[in-house]
Ligand binder design. Structure first.
Ligand SMILES: Cc1cc2nc3c(=O)[nH]c(=O)nc-3n(C[C@H](O)[C@H](O)[C@H](O)COP(=O)(O)O)c2cc1C
Length: 205
């Protein structure tokens, strides 16, 4: 394992924007580094996951971690899945030891609710906690084109220290496959989590 800055559990939320492969790959690469992950998946994210991958996730919370682990070939013990209204989850409280959260992909609906503090589900509550505790919140929004509403929310969140990493892979590393494009984005997200698994693409390296 490479030298990693942070080893506290990381929260990963998937919402209903296009880009489920980014989330699956991020979970896989972090779990391969033996980092504990708390997973939150919105109802719309399930629909998108179904459309964008060969993976159909059952609604049963008891089997979810194992299903995800089997699909991406990681240890299920590293994954903890929470329901949308699981207010007893540690991610719902500022007293938890989590320092980092990623919303990937981040829908414009979730972006709006995060930006306005409208915590109607556990994903939004967890992001609200990250904001109030001044912890590391990374959003990977995806929509095109972007309206003034979307841009305004991103601008306001960025002013609060949120890292806005739009799902916009570059091409200067000469990707040969979709996986290369997915990894380009995951590299950038991992940079902002302070995790380097040794495969991050870097300009000039
Ligand atoms: C296949 C599919 C692709 C979608 N892509 C996007 C997208 O790229 N960006 C976005 O903001 N919403 C997208 N949506 C719409 C969101 O899923 C929808 O607004 C949903 O209410 C978001 O809910 P959530 O934020 O709770 O996950 C998509 C929906 C589907 C079914």
């Amino acid at each position: 394992m490479s030298e990693n800055k942070k080893q506290s559990p990381i929260i990963i939320a998937m919402t209903g924007a296009s880009g489920a492969p980014y989330a699956l790959r991020l979970i896989q690469r972090l779990a391969k580094q033996k980092i504990q992950l708390h997973l939150l998946i919105s109802d719309a994210a399930r629909v998108v996951l179904d459309k964008e991958s060969d993976f159909i996730l059952s609604p049963d919370l008891d089997t979810m971690a194992q299903e995800i682990a089997d699909f991406i070939d990681v240890d299920a013990l590293l994954l903890t899945c929470w329901g949308n209204k699981d207010w007893m989850s540690p991610v719902a409280s500022g007293s938890s030891d989590m320092q980092d959260m990623v919303v990937v992909p981040c829908s414009m609906g979730s972006l709006a609710r995060i930006a306005t503090g409208a915590s109607s589900n556990l994903i939004e509550r967890a992001t609200d906690v990250m904001l109030k505790e001044r912890k590391n919140l990374v959003l990977v929004p995806r929509e095109t084109p972007l309206s003034e509403i979307h841009l305004g929310h991103m601008y306001n969140l960025s002013k609060m220290g949120v890292r806005i990493i739009p799902a916009m892979p570059g091409f200067y590393h000469q990707p040969k496959s979709i996986n290369d494009l997915v990894d380009f984005m995951v590299d950038r997200i991992m940079d902002h989590l302070g995790v380097d698994d040794g495969s991050n693409t870097r300009w000039g390296a």
